[in-house]
Design a protein around this ligand. Structure first.
Ligand SMILES: *Cc1c(COP(=O)(O)O)cnc(C)c1O
Length: 380
């Protein structure tokens, strides 16, 4: 069997903004699944679900085929009033919106704060008689203020669905995300824990968990006992076997990301016009991305910096280049209530995510820091 280094796709000169690097025990585990011959949902999925429930501190986790479907099924299983409004962040991936729209609900945006997360003050302002749920997004691995958001939801009798696609193991005041409301995680290839494609829903609600297991399996409660209209949203045992070893090492993977973030903050502090992430020292931040703002004082701009890094062999990511509503398909959609969110639009012009993943060496981090210094110095 090959060494784990053979699994990690790495190019000597290129530093990627994300990198798949699987623990060495992954190959044996996947090989055992292939030998067993049960490729669809089976014992590996059950083991993954038990680890995911531990991660979120919930009594149940339900594995599904991806993180968009997990959000959509969470909304469906909650049986919210059709056409009701879900308040969420405009600074997120399209999957957040698509899940809400596909669940037959409407989306209303609350603007973000300086930390890139939806601002609870604006969430409160956007809640109205049509609101049925709030969907905070723990963007870049940073947990939202769940104390305030849960209190708001409780006082208005709203559901909370956490989009924790980027926040495996993140904690708010010591409590893991995914357990404050109904939790949703993605296992896509670039996420902190991956199975290539995959998703997880976490909950303490026994009945909700049962409905979710039914929904993902054609609405069947038992064999050919149809209880509702369902779908096929199952994960395979092969996929679960890829993710389990990473979940077993979650704590270690988080510490590596946090240590890398600390080095980046140290290396970039005091650099004119470059704003390091807010709450970078929050012990609950799991740094899916390390996202800086490039402001005018830097003498350069975001797009020039990305280009400069590219010529230095460093891949940076722009998450996200526009506010989520700022596309014709969404703007003109009858289920989208798109009012301008100035903070999200400013962030979209200023942000760049630089490499922070666990496979980086100290030398890689030095190269990233040096390239940013040189871009700012030369005004490129
Ligand atoms: C990745 C992601 C999703 C969707 O997950 P998929 O597994 O790609 O479907 C949803 N929301 C956010 C914030 C994400 O980053």
């Amino acid at each position: 069997m090959n060494s784990p280094a053979a699994v990690a796709v790495s190019n000597h000169d290129e530093i990627g903004v994300s990198q798949v690097s699987l623990p060495p025990e992954t190959l044996d585990r996947v090989a055992r699944v292939l030998e067993r011959g049960q490729l669809a949902q089976g014992p590996e999925v059950a083991e993954l679900e038990s680890l995911a429930a531990q991660m979120a501190g919930t009594s149940h986790a339900i594995a599904v085929s991806n993180g968009t479907v997990s959000l959509q099924l969470a909304l469906a299983a909650l049986r919210l009033r059709p056409g009701g409004e879900v308040v969420t962040s405009p600074f997120t991936f399209a999957g957040t919106l698509n899940a809400i729209l596909n669940a037959g609900l409407r989306v209303r945006f609350a603007d973000i704060a300086e930390d890139f997360l939806v601002d609870p003050v604006d969430v409160a302002r956007q809640i109205n008689a049509e609101t049925v749920a709030i969907m905070p997004v723990h963007l870049f691995g940073l947990p939202c203020d769940m104390t305030t958001l849960c209190e708001l939801a409780r006082s208005q009798a709203l559901a909370v669905v956490e989009d924790a696609a980027q926040a495996h193991g993140a904690t708010w005041k010591g409590r893991p995300v995914g357990g404050f409301g109904t939790g949703s995680f993605s296992l896509y290839a670039t996420k902190n824990i991956t199975s290539g494609e995959g998703g997880l829903i976490t909950t303490d609600d026994d009945d909700l968990a049962r409905r979710l297991r039914t929904l993902r399996n054609q609405g069947m409660r038992g064999r050919y006992e149809f209880e509702s209209i369902g779908t096929n949203a199952r994960l395979t045992d092969v996929q679960a076997a890829i993710a389990i070893p990473q979940l077993n090492r979650l704590a270690e993977l988080i510490v590596r990301r946090q240590e890398n973030a600390r080095m980046l903050t140290e290396g970039l502090s005091g650099l004119e016009g470059i704003a390091c992430p807010k709450r970078a020292d929050d012990p609950g931040h799991v740094f899916h991305q390390y996202t800086i703002r490039v402001t005018e004082a830097s003498g350069t701009d975001r797009d020039s910096l990305v280009e400069h890094l590219g010529t230095a062999g460093i891949r940076a990511g722009v998450y996200y280049p526009r506010a989520a509503y700022d596309y014709e398909v969404y703007r003109s959609h009858p289920q989208v209530l798109a009012e301008p969110c100035p903070n999200a639009e400013r962030a979209a012009n200023e942000v760049v995510s630089i490499p922070v993943h666990p496979a980086l060496s100290a030398a890689d981090l030095d190269r990233v820091i040096a390239a940013i210094h040189s871009a700012v110095r030369s005004g490129r």
